[in-house]
Structures are given as C-alpha cells and as structure tokens.
Design a protein around this ligand. Structure first.
Ligand code: ADP
Ligand code: MG
Length: 249
C-alpha cells in the first residue's frame, strides 16, 4: 500500500495498490548453454489511470516485459503482480482471469480478415459472460462510433486504411472496459498524422474509463501524451520519469 497523488487530480489523495508491480523480475529465453537472460532485475510500480510510455532500443526487452505483464508469457523469476495476482507460478485459470481484464493492441492490428469491423469488436465482448445478455451489436457499433468509424461497421479490414484498422483494434481492446491496456508499438505502421490520432484516441478513451495504459513506442512525437516515461536498455530498466524523456527527446 502506498499513498499517492493522482497525476490527473493532484488534490485528490488516494490510497491504492499498484495495478502492475514488478519486483526483482528476471526473464530468460532458451535452455542450457543457449540460455540467455532478456530481463534483469526489473522493479516497477504502475498506478491506476496512468499512461506510461516504455521506450528504448530494439532488443532491449520491451516486448518481453509487456507480454509478461499481459499474461501472454509465463513469468519465471522474481515477482510480478498484475491487478493483485502474482503471475510467477500462477495457474492457467488465474492467468486467464487476468487476461480477461486486459486489452491488447499490437503493431500489426491483428484483426480477423474474415470478420467485419463490427464483428471484430463484438468478438471481444463474447469472451465476457457479463455482456452475453446485452445487445452486443449495438455496443460494438457505438464503440466504433467513438473511434470515428460508425460508417465503417460493415467493412472488412482489407477495405480499411492502416489508421482505420488500428482504430478498430482500439475499439476492440477497449470495448470490454479493461483495467489495463497494453500496446506494443501501435503507431509503427502508421503515418505521422494517423499515428498521432490513434494515440490521442487511446488517451481520451482510457481517461474516460480510468484505465491504465502501458504503451511501447520508438515514436518520440507522441511522448507528450505520457504521464510517465520509462526507458529500457539491454534488459535493464535504466531510467524512469524525467531522465527517460531526456534520453529519447
Ligand atoms: P524489444 O521489444 O525491446 O525489441 P524483445 O523483448 O523483443 O525486445 O527482445 C529482448 C531480447 O530477448 C532480445 O535479445 C531478443 O532477441 C530476445 N528474445 C525475444 N523473444 C525471444 C524468443 N522467443 N526466443 C529467444 N529470444 C528471444
Ligand atoms: Mg518489441
């Protein structure tokens, strides 16, 4: 437990657990003589509602850390708590329960090409029992409207632009109101303007829903949307906050 001042509302003192907490976290790939350490002694606490940008050179361990946090890869050594659940030695069911509360946005949008925009967004609701008796089509359309694609609901991904596809991916990630959104280089395949639009949209929706965003990027044009910037190098988290901004800036 820690007393913190919310970055959005400095007058509002809240006492809260971090939504993500890593302590002495290590990670290794390969076995025997091929075993290679990818993460070294990561210590990091992230609090509710913040937008964190993670940056650093290619190969520095950003994706590895993000996939561990998302329960998409098993945590091996140290401690990693996500929404209060310890991920090291968690059962399959515990991992699944955590994953349900997380929205994912990847560099490539990963939309199903044989489903329309609406069906792609709706699919994410179908994974949650609590939405099954609601009008999921209406919810999916309204979510597409909030990313500016109300008139594209019945389009297939192949007939949408890169930026539009990524906006569908955002709608899909946020429709179930996840507590955490993990985004791995979501603007990498987009031009400057679409990239900016996409992150501003993520920022707006996340602030409305009070969700925490952890976004990996090389794109220093979007750093200003962050409440906090962290910098990785060679598997180490080497700076946090103002120093990190200076490193990329
Ligand atoms: P980043 O996302 O910062 O570019 P990654 O987390 O993808 O970095 O990679 C960190 C290190 O771990 C790199 O040296 C990479 O080669 C290695 N690595 C990543 N994924 C695997 C894997 N599945 N098997 C073996 N090594 C991996
Ligand atoms: Mg990566």
């Amino acid at each position: 437990m820690k007393k913190i001042t919310s970055s959005h509302n400095p007058m509002h003192i809240v006492t809260t657990e971090p939504v993500i907490s890593a302590q002495n976290l290590n990670h290794y790939f390969g076995e025997g003589t091929l075993r290679k350490q990818a993460l070294f002694d990561i210590n990091l606490d992230i609090y509710s509602g913040d937008i964190i940008i993670m940056t650093g050179p290619s190969g520095s361990g950003k994706t590895t850390l993000l996939t561990l946090m998302g329960g998409l890869r098993s945590a091996q050594e140290g401690s990693l708590k996500i929404l209060g659940q310890e991920m090291c030695s968690a059962s399959k069911k515990q991992l699944r329960d955590v994953r349900r509360q997380i929205g994912y946005i990847f560099q490539a949008h990963n939309l199903m090409t044989f489903l329309t925009a609406k069906e792609n967004v709706r699919m994410s609701l179908e994974l949650h029992d609590e939405f099954l008796n609601q009008d999921m089509d209406a919810k999916a359309i309204s979510m597409l409207e909030s990313v500016g694609l109300g008139n594209r609901a019945d389009y297939y991904p192949d007939s949408l632009s890169g930026g539009q596809k990524q906006r569908v991916a955002i709608a899909r990630a946020l429709i179930s109101q996840p507590k955490i959104v993990l985004a791995d280089e979501p603007t990498a395949a987009l031009d400057k303007k679409s990239g900016r639009d996409v992150v501003e949209l993520m920022q707006k929706l996340a602030k409305e829903q009070g969700c925490t965003i952890l976004l990996v990027t090389h794109d220093n044009r979007i750093l200003d949307i962050a409440d906090r910037i962290i910098y990785m190098e060679d598997g180490h988290l080497i700076s946090d906050g103002v120093d990190a901004a200076a490193k990329v800036g």
